[in-house]
Design a binder for this molecule. Structure first.
Ligand code: NAD
Ligand code: WQD
Length: 341
């Protein structure tokens, strides 16, 4: 069995990916500093997987602690989910985003090189495309990040590309996620934002649960059929299996032309804000109150993935419908009204 270090593994995407990795016979070691997650996630993952999971409370910028982990285990690969991800916060605190995301990645790469662990899957983002002129988005579109968070992802991708060109030992896949939605079918793990959510789905479920009064829809004057923004929502379990597929590709049947590949993970289908509200209303069985307010700075009218590269290189395809995504989020919200407590 292959040993995989999962950094940022207690977070929303990492926790779901870990369950998929375990189901596919990978041994997982988790490292997280809990800056945006709870230690209770580890307990839940152990219950759901029936395994004891080696876990380290570590900041990926702490080289000594990372070195201790790498000297204890023989890793075949690393998945790095560890990062700060709030766009608005990144505008207010750019240095903490560059420090955490970029310096953290460099630190981890240095320790990986020291221990000759050259297989990496990195959490990138559709935000690296900036303001695109064609849709759906192909990996060949140019990058053009428009805020500090997105620039951390773009800079890291550029670092990874340089590294992969420097030596044939490195094998790296950057997965560009579109809009993750959903929760594990058990309803035991899911997205657990701190404070008032920035993103659409957790905001809607908190309105439905009575924790927030109403949803504020950011603009209905976009160039879309109903005037609200269209996004490519992808089920968190599909996203999770995309990581297993990426690792399989790196470790088992390496068939990448280059040592670095950036690959979109989305559903390839777009839904407007109003369509998402309607899907949640159908699942929950009541109306979601909302008010239309002005546009949010930086929002694109449409963001949509072309996922043919993921199919071609990873053998991966999205499988869940938007209805299932909303139903699974709602199950998680109902079972855990206060998140991980
Ligand atoms: P999350 O905040 O739930 O998970 C990130 C995890 O990393 C958290 O558990 C946090 O405590 C940990 N972490 C942060 N900085 C760390 C550090 N320096 N050392 C150790 N641990 C650290 O976020 P998520 O939604 O699971 O996202 C995972 C990754 O995917 C992030 O890098 C994010 O930028 C990227 N991403 C997320 C989305 C999204 O919409 N959720 C979309 C595209 C890309
Ligand atoms: C979706 C749509 C909003 C909240 C973000 C990050 C991106 C990536 C994924 C990490 C938009 C509208 C939202 C609300 C609303 N993360 N909306 N009222 O902006 O597509 O992507 O998460 O890489 O970097 O920017 O997702 O869920 O915030 O918004 O009307 O209260 O919902 O305008 O059209 P977004 P989102």
């Amino acid at each position: 069995m292959k040993n995989i270090l999962v950094t940022g593994g207690a977070g929303y995407i990492g926790s779901h990916a870990i369950l998929d990795l375990i189901a596919n016979n990978y041994n997982v070691v988790i490292a997280d500093n809990f800056s945006n997650s709870s230690p209770l996630v580890i307990k839940k993952l152990e219950e759901l997987s029936g395994k004891t999971l080696p876990f380290f409370d570590v900041d990926i910028r702490d080289k000594n602690k990372l070195t201790n982990i790498f000297s204890t285990f023989n890793f075949d690969g690393v998945i790095n989910f560890a990062g700060l991800k709030a766009v608005g916060e990144s505008v207010e605190e750019p240095l903490s985003y560059y420090n955490n995301n970029v310096c953290g990645m460099i630190n981890l790469l240095e320790v990986m090189a020291e221990y000759k662990v050259f297989n990496l899957v990195f959490s990138s983002s559709a935000t690296v495309y900036g303001i695109p002129d064609t849709m759906p988005l192909l990996e060949t579109n140019s990058m053009g990040a428009i805020n500090p968070y997105a620039r951390t992802k773009k800079i890291i991708e550029e670092i990874l590309r340089d590294l992969a060109q420097s030596s044939d030992e490195w094998k790296i896949i950057a997965l560009r996620y579109f809009n993750p939605l959903g929760a594990h079918k058990s309803g035991e793990i899911g997205e657990n934002p701190n404070g008032i959510p920035n993103n659409l789905a957790p905001y809607i479920t908190q309105v439905a649960a009575g924790k927030l009064d109403k949803l504020y829809v950011f603009g209905n004057d976009y160039d879309t059929p109903d005037g609200t923004c269209i996004r490519d929502y992808v089920h968190i379990n599909d996203l999770a299996s995309g990581h297993t597929a990426a690792l399989n590709t790196l470790l088992k049947n390496y068939n990448l032309k280059n040592n670095f590949e950036a690959i979109n993970l989305g559903s390839g289908k777009g839904y407007s804000v109003f369509e998402i509200i309607k899907n949640f209303e159908a699942v929950i069985g009541r109306t979601i109150p909302y008010e239309i307010i002005s546009r949010r700075a930086g929002d694109l009218d449409v963001s949509l993935a072309d996922v043919s590269k993921a199919k071609r290189l990873l053998g991966w395809e999205p499988t869940y419908s938007i209805k299932e995504m909303c139903a699974d989020v709602w199950r998680w919200q109902e079972k855990n009204p206060n998140g991980y407590v």
